[in-house]
Design a binder for this molecule. Structure first.
Ligand code: HGY
Ligand code: MN
Ligand code: MN
Length: 409
């Protein structure tokens, strides 16, 4: 059984047109116009194969192929279509369109399956609009309440639920997922690093996914005249931030495990003028590790650093937690199943740990999750240069298809 790679390519190209930054990568924020066009495209494709399309809590999209046995738990295939700012055409999308194509092949060939099969699209995986990652899957798994969703706001102050309403996205099914309802979940994803390419391997089998702690940090100092204020009388919020930010790198490099990473990806300085001492600075912290103890230790070191630096410089600060997802180990059963199917297709595999987080991290606490990685050209991702060969997508999609059929029949 093979996927039709022409259909996958058409899906990727069609969805790639829906971006707020044409010519400068993909910017497709959750529940934006671009997002809705991509979602509607997928709904249309699902309807062409008579999948039953519905919206679940927090705007997750589900296209269901009923199984022959009633009441069986579902085999879930999917990923996300929201992006980072000026990101790539493949992150998340490859997993969604390969799941869609697997459903097409199953329907086209009348492959009998006892278990229902869901093609799913999880919203706000990247956290680009509402500042917190894996929102759709966390809400569906009951880890984020409606009240918490209503407190997630975008830059215009629009909250998550209001943004859904603005796009007429109304859940038909508000139930949260429970383990008994899900037999397994599969996610095909680009590797977003350069291990597979460097080893000329085509299939990565994810064994574990790192944990994450994200914060929004605000430092408050005193705005003042850049010329008239002596150095000894300054409370410069940007100098404080600079001291902290360079120490964050040092902590991750020198005083943590090899698996620890820490990033400051966003910085805003106010009032942001050459002749005014900055009075307020906002920046983000993204700290990850595959070991939860080490993750907690690194967070502790960095939060202590912030407190000490602000005390020494007479600044005040606010530390707002944004994301907190522990590291997960994926199902050994699924690792073996994917390896067996890849081997049958004469594909070499490599067991890997994902530094990037995925909705699979959340589903892994509910069910057996399998993640299949395919190579990223020069290891680039979360940028317009992100690229994966269509031939590699075909190989990965065929492994996904065969694994899904084995799980669902
Ligand atoms: O940040 C991540 O790891 C994912 O791309 N949301
Ligand atoms: Mn991503
Ligand atoms: Mn992704």
């Amino acid at each position: 059984m093979q996927v039709q790679i022409g259909r996958i390519k058409k899906d990727i190209d069609a969805i790639g047109e829906f971006t707020a930054t044409p010519g400068k990568g993909i910017t497709r924020l959750t529940f934006s116009q671009e997002y809705e066009k991509a979602r509607s495209y997928i709904v249309e494709e699902l309807r062409k194969i008579d999948a039953k399309v519905s919206i679940t809590v927090a705007g997750n999209l589900r296209g269901r192929l009923e199984g022959s046995d009633k009441g069986k738990p579902v085999v879930m295939l999917g990923s996300h279509i929201d992006s980072v700012y000026q990101g790539g055409r493949f992150d998340g999308v490859v997993g969604v369109v390969s799941a869609l194509e697997a459903a097409r092949v199953i329907v086209d060939n009348n492959i009998a399956h006892r278990y229902p099969i869901d093609v799913v699209v999880f919203p706000e995986e990247e956290g680009s609009r509402f500042g917190s990652i894996l929102v759709g899957s966390r809400a569906w798994a009951g880890k984020l309440s409606l009240d918490e969703l209503s407190r997630l706001k975008d830059e215009q102050g629009i909250d998550y639920l209001k943004a859904m309403k603005q796009m007429d996205i109304t859940p038909e099914d508000e139930n949260i997922l429970i383990p008994e309802q899900v037999k397994a979940m599969l996610e095909l994803h680009i590797e977003q690093s350069l291990v597979l390419e460097s080893k000329s391997l085509k299939i990565g089998v994810v064994e574990a996914i790192a944990g994450i702690r994200q914060f929004s940090v605000t430092l408050n100092g005193v705005s003042n005249h850049a010329g008239a204020t002596p150095m000894s009388l300054r409370f410069d919020a940007l100098q404080g931030a600079a001291e902290i930010i360079s120490a964050v790198e040092d902590i991750a490099n020198q005083h943590a495990r090899k698996s620890t990473v820490a990033t400051v990806g966003f910085l805003k300085c106010e009032p942001g003028q050459a002749n005014v001492i900055p009075g307020r600075v906002q920046f983000t912290l993204d700290i990850r590790d595959t070991d939860s103890g080490s993750l907690d230790e690194t967070v502790e070191k960095i939060t202590t650093l912030i407190a000490n630096t602000c005390q020494n410089r007479g600044l005040t600060y606010n530390l707002e937690p944004r994301s907190d997802t522990p590291p997960v180990v994926l199902s050994e059963k699924m690792v073996h199943l994917i390896e067996r199917i890849a081997r049958k297709r004469k594909l070499g595999t490599l067991r890997m740990i994902s530094g990037a987080l995925h909705d699979s991290s959340i589903l892994a606490e509910l069910t057996d999750v399998g993640m299949i990685f395919i190579p990223s050209k020069r290891g680039r991702s979360h940028c317009p240069e992100e690229f994966t060969d269509i031939g590699d997508i075909e190989l990965g999609a065929n492994v996904l298809l065969e694994t899904a059929i084995e799980l669902a029949t």
